[in-house]
Ligand binder design. Sequence first.
Ligand SMILES: Cc1cc2nc3c(=O)[nH]c(=O)nc-3n(C[C@H](O)[C@H](O)[C@H](O)COP(=O)(O)O)c2cc1C
Length: 248
Amino acid sequence: MKRILPLLLALSMCFVLAACGNSENIETAGTAGQTALEEESPAATEESETLDEVQKTEESNIQQTEDVDTDGTKILVAYFSRTGENYSVGYIEKGNTHIIADMIAEQAGADTFEISTVAPYPDDYDECTEVAKQEQEENARPELTASVENMADYDVIFLGYPIWWSDMPMAVYSFLESYDFSGKTIIPFCTHEGSGISSTESSIAEVCPDTEVLEGLGIRGSIAQNSQDEAKETVEGWLEEIGTFGQE
Ligand SMILES: Cc1cc2nc3c(=O)[nH]c(=O)nc-3n(C[C@H](O)[C@H](O)[C@H](O)COP(=O)(O)O)c2cc1C
């Protein structure tokens, strides 16, 4: 089993490449490019946030970003992201999706919320793939460490996650099922290494039937981690495309 995921990823990439043709590093709805297997690269952990803009409330996992005019729209960036050893990037101290989440929050003037599980995932990549596979097979709903007390206040939720076995981590389902998102807008974004955003947009729409789910952003985790200028440009372009959130 330990050696199966790279093969599945490679197959999945071939499939997506065949289906969608070549693409840039940014994809919506399942486009993907090529990836290098087992590429060793040092983690890039540049923080884009400035301390005076961000005030962290540890107990709730919420960070409040200020000083961006959102015309009264209250925006939350909720994301799941894992540190430790990962595919193509080596050992990382800030998760790929977390990096993108912070970029979106800074641009959109959004608060952030980290979706984290009571039972941590293994740092070891292969072990993590096994745990994730088992959770997926069991349709598990891992217990989360914190909740968004004031979810009713938010109009727009950017929802970020890594692609795990072509789907969202089961913890993201735990999160989605914990709130009533009726009347709100969810904007998905993911990091991946070949699967693109897969069918996760429709999975979100299934779980949240009375919610507007916009077309999401898929970006390679290795770009997020190692080419942050490129990632930021991509994020900014995407935000411009989808709306008017807090562009300065
Ligand atoms: C358990 C697990 C399963 C994964 N499955 C896939 C997959 O099916 N398709 C894919 O493109 N990438 C897959 N990946 C790679 C991650 O999506 C990618 O490294 C992502 O950027 C990790 O984000 P994070 O650092 O925010 O957790 C998987 C990674 C892990 C740990």
